[in-house]
Design a protein around this ligand. Sequence first.
Ligand code: BGC
Ligand code: BGC
Length: 884
Amino acid sequence: MRARNNLEAPNRVLGKRPSAAVRGRKVAAGCGASTSKMARKAVAWGFFGLWVTAMTSSAPAADSAEAPASTVHPQLWPSPTWPFATDPALEARVQAIVKTLTLEEKIGQVVQADIASVTPEEARKYHLGSILNGGNSGPGGDDLAPAPKWLALADQFYAASIDKSGGRAGIPLMWGTDAIHGHSNIIGATLFPQNVGLGAMRDPALIEKIAAATAVEVRTTGMEWTFAPTVAVPQDVRWGRAYEGYSEDPAVVASYTGVFVRGLQGEPGAHDFLRSPHVLATTKHFLADGGTDQGHDQGDARIPETALRDIHAAGYPPALAAGVQTVMASFSSWNGVKLAGHHGLLTDVLKNRMNFGGFVVSDWNAHGQIPGCTTTSCPQAINAGLDMYMAPDSWRGLYESLLDQARKGIVPQARLDDAVTRILRVKVRMGLFEAGPPSKRPLGGRFDLLGSREHRALARTAVRESLVLLKNQDGLLPLKAGQKVLIAGDGADHIAKQCGGWTLTWQGAGLPNTVFPGATSIGQGLRAAVTAAGGQVELAVDGKYRTRPDVAIVVFGENPYAEFQGDLAYLQLRDGNDGHLEIMRRLRAAKIPVVAVFLSGRPLWMNRELNAANAFVAAWLPGSEGAGIADVLLRKPDGSIAYDFHGRLSFSWPRLAVYDAHKSGQPGYNPLFPLGYGLRYGQQGDLPPLPEESGADGASDQNGVLFSNGKLGSAWRLSYTDERGGVQPISLVPSTVAAGRVRVTRIDRSTQEDTLRFEWLGSGLAGVQLDSRQPFDFSRETNGDVALVLDMRVNKVPTAQVEVGMACAEPRCAGSVRLDSALSRVPAGSWQRVAIPLKCFANTGADMQRITTGVSMRTAGSLDVAISRVALGTESDHVVACAR
Ligand code: BGC
Ligand code: BGC
């Protein structure tokens, strides 16, 4: 048996990089993959004639022995037509502006700040070219601020930016937002299915309408730019962002990206191109964000150039041909080189070979990950071809350093001018100089269009089309009208769960139905449809019915997550997320037929559920219009079928919870359900019993869970420290350690002995901590505003200073936060989630890239606390304030 540690996200453990031999094998396997794909693509891209010729010419081999693995060969890449001929009037206008700009004004144009960290006055003072709202940012610090507040803030930033006093150039700024499944940061917006569901529709015409509706909603709140579409081609769905991709099949992705961009931006050359009702689009994340080793978010794609081009770049030529105005450079690396600093890919390939005439924006502080850079200083990025830095909280330092680097010539004048020119070209092209304040533009303030009936109908159509039927024993579906229907499972009436990440907040977790006005939960939709057709409904999340039903619908699945927080070691639901299985088995045993409705951002190992249910529907993350499910599941009262299933898998469905690298078209490809699979009504939908061994030799640990359900995360050990600072393991619980200072016992919170209780008796400095022998890299989490969250109950408030810390093995590498005042303020005797932002530890000296002490708690006084969970997260009841 393989050691569990080796499988669990080994990538984030330092010093455990695969050997060159292993890497070599991977690359070779990738090569095979790309050759078979290449033939397909040659047809799909035939119209970019140049590329086909290049492939057959005697150009140097992409992975020739001499070239470093991350060297590009631009001549091997497609060369799509950028749909704008040089426009002398536009060029003259842009040049005239650039000539008048001061160096400060030029630097300002290439810096983008987040509204959580910049005021309109600062944006004016620093001449910022752009702002964004990150997933957790909102007007006045309120993520859930109503639409008019967003528009008012847009007006304030706009007004500040155009101030021409004192000879300022007064260039209007642009506001970028992640409208990734609808205008998904805004309360009341239409929330379309996430991309994984849209991929299952195989309906480019509908995709264009969805994009157009999204653009309209974005305009109502005053923004003019969305960081969408994601054109990733996820190859390993352990990746926490797999749901942001349409498909593992490059052809499906390519069939969507051009139309999506056209829906958002309009038709190049048309009078309303990039103007209201349209917005700027971004294709992201360039490149191979979906090709990283083990699906590790922000990781390294160790693949040959041909795979980069044929698989991961597939979405770009159609998007470029549609005139996409911005491209976002990926957080990730290609063969060890960070994309945000990759001259070959950003400049030689994207701009020079692929004719991209817009501008390249970086991802959230991604430039800080380039070797030699920090978030506040990184000339390497602009010199590699980046045009705008997304510097959410680091913008001021970055502005200062860029100014200095430009003065010293470290950033050449010509490169800076080119970046500014590219940005201004877009601003001129979109009519920003003439647009006036956001609220005065055609759709500004038209909040009636936000979540409008028409847009919701479109989303509901998309929900219907995206559902994939995987099992339908004895034709159980569609359900007859007039039956007694039980609706169960924790997804039955849970709108946030059906929406997934990037919904109102970054992670999208923990939001009540009340923050989704106008939306419909799946259960509400079913209830309305069943009762309208003369049936009866009982909704019981735990499946415990009062009236025996004729049939049960169990809605369950993944809880929301975004980015690396969704990375998995195994393709299975996370720990503590399988109550649904018990419900399904119980109903089955009572001879009640079960329809499983699975909510997820990706296919997961579902053999047990497929066995337990009579019918199984993959519903992905359908968004705000849960009624689309009932549309397909229920017959009309006259017995006819209202809507047949339409969706087909855009990702292969795994046979085991262990990742299988074989892809469609390759020998050895043997998924449970292949790419393109999906039953229709009337087709035989029985399945033989499936084996219930997952192949995973451990629980699917959530990354960053140190302690939960009474168990320590696999890497973590419990220890204590005494007055002299010595660290000793605590191998036995209950026990009293540190010369009688600390008593450790197990108590029950929800289940037997799931909680540790620590009592500090007597006096003298002593502590307890969780240590790992391997260092963990928590730098992504720190950049992403993640916190260390302790689920705790204070039994006795502290009598002295309490310090919570994180540390690495080396000396002088510890950071800590005082917790005593927080512990004295949280209500004693009740369970609370106390969050300590990781930035607090970083700011006080911890090197977040090599953490070995995941948490320590020390005091010289007395204290009594119970702790049921220690994990990295973003949900809490109290956030501890820390020194900046
Ligand atoms: C994500 C991007 C997103 C940006 C702004 C980043 O962390 O990777 O996809 O557009 O944040 O929120
Ligand atoms: C922001 C997201 C961003 C992420 C980066 C979060 O705090 O809200 O927009 O994508 O950090 O990791």
